[in-house]
Design a protein around this ligand. Structure first.
Ligand SMILES: [Fe+2]
Ligand SMILES: [Fe+2]
Length: 173
């Protein structure tokens, strides 16, 4: 199959797939930690995020294959599994989303520099998704902060009602 994107863009996309899987593993670690802390809603929230990051990785993989480029994945670093507090855990989640966002912006800059319209177009979905992810990660951190260690059951309640209102899922295709 003829390749429709440059080797440079393909390499950056492969790195991005690695980052999405890394995010997925990090969320698994957060879900496990919150579960053992006795906070099932927070655990379920991060388990859902882990699943979502896998779908992001698969979306990038599909794009690579659609454009005639193969997989060349990097090693995935081990996630952080221990946190000194719920706040530290929520902060790490936000920091990771910021890192992923920077990486996607970098990918977009590269695609723009190369005049690669296919990649620019497909990145729009991810840019929109990152806006939602950052906003929700930031909101969760604020709520965890405000609750403090003694108030984490309020955070559980917040997630329960937010879930009932129908949360997440990413931007429409
Ligand atoms: Fe992602
Ligand atoms: Fe994310």
């Amino acid at each position: 199959m003829t390749a429709l994107i440059s080797t440079k863009v393909a390499a950056a996309l492969n790195a991005q797939v690695g980052l999405e899987f890394q995010a997925s593993l990090q969320y698994e670690a957060l879900a496990a930690w919150f579960r053992l802390e006795g906070l099932p809603r927070l655990s379920a929230h991060f388990a859902r995020q882990a699943e979502e990051e896998r779908t992001h990785a698969h979306r990038f993989i599909k794009y690579l294959l659609d454009t005639g480029r193969g997989l060349d994945l990097p090693a995935i670093p081990a996630p952080v599994c221990q946190f000194k507090s719920a706040e530290a855990a929520a902060k790490l989640a936000l920091d990771h989303e910021l890192k992923v966002t920077d990486s996607i912006k970098g990918l977009l800059s590269l695609a723009e520099k190369e005049g690669d319209r296919f990649t620019q177009h497909s990145l729009q979905w991810f840019i929109q998704e990152q806006l939602e992810e950052l906003s929700s990660a930031d909101e969760l951190l604020q709520i965890v902060r405000r609750a403090g260690d003694g108030g984490l059951l309020f955070v559980e309640h917040y997630l329960a009602t937010k879930g009932a209102a129908g949360a997440g899922g990413g931007p429409a295709d």
